[in-house]
Design a protein. Structure first.
Length: 209
């Protein structure tokens, strides 16, 4: 089935990653691909995201209209009819899937590599991903921030659709959250001007308070 196929692809991807690089982490892995790429555009799609039929064409169409932009597609979690109480909690509170904006303008904080494209030259000009990020979280948003500062406008393409086949349990979710908290600290050290937004005034911070 689709889930088993995606898991097999993910294992192949991890084996290839270990074979061609020494430095761990998603940032270093993506930089390997970026340096090897020959095309004018780079489209990032995570290994557990299934692209719907119009995804690639939609990205191409948007880049013809918006030069040097970063085009952000939409991502859906297939949990509509789940009976798992933890997944229902994550779904209903939009905790795990903040990738697709529900309204209003977007910015670098939506630059998630599950479904995003940027001109190759623009990525190379800002130095690609910061390889100091070696565990889960924030390496894509940090790149998005540098891209936006360099003049790459963030554009939302709702018709560039992907399905994220992720079904975390409570323990795996907590582990990922701890890693994301650590990398958020790295992110704030790199860009202290963003501390108020991401630490003191974020939606989740307000909820916890």
């Amino acid at each position: 089935d689709t889930r088993n196929l995606l898991e097999q692809k993910a294992r192949t991807y991890r084996n290839l990653r270990y074979a061609i690089q020494e430095k761990p982490g998603a940032a270093a892995t993506r930089n390997v691909g970026l340096r090897m790429a020959k095309a004018d555009l780079i489209l990032f799609v995570d290994d557990d995201v299934e692209a719907e039929h119009s995804l690639i064409q939609t990205h191409l169409d948007y880049h013809k209209k918006y030069l040097n932009a970063s085009v952000i597609g939409s991502i859906r979690m297939p949990w509509e009819n789940t009976t798992d109480p933890f997944l229902r909690y994550l779904r209903d509170h939009r905790i795990l899937n903040p990738y697709s904006p529900s309204k209003g303008p977007i910015d670098f904080s939506f630059y998630h590599t599950g479904n995003v494209s940027t001109p190759t030259s623009v990525l190379l000009d800002v130095g690609g991903f910061n390889e100091d990020f070696q565990i889960y979280g924030m390496e894509d948003i940090e790149l998005g921030y540098r891209l936006e500062k360099a003049g790459s406008h963030m554009v939302f393409a709702p018709d560039a659709k992907g399905i994220h086949y992720s079904f975390p349990g409570y323990r795996s979710f907590i582990e990922r959250s701890e890693q994301a908290g650590y990398t958020l600290g790295q992110f704030i050290q790199m860009h202290p001007e963003l501390k108020e937004r991401f630490v003191e005034s974020s939606r989740i911070a307000r909820h916890l308070k």
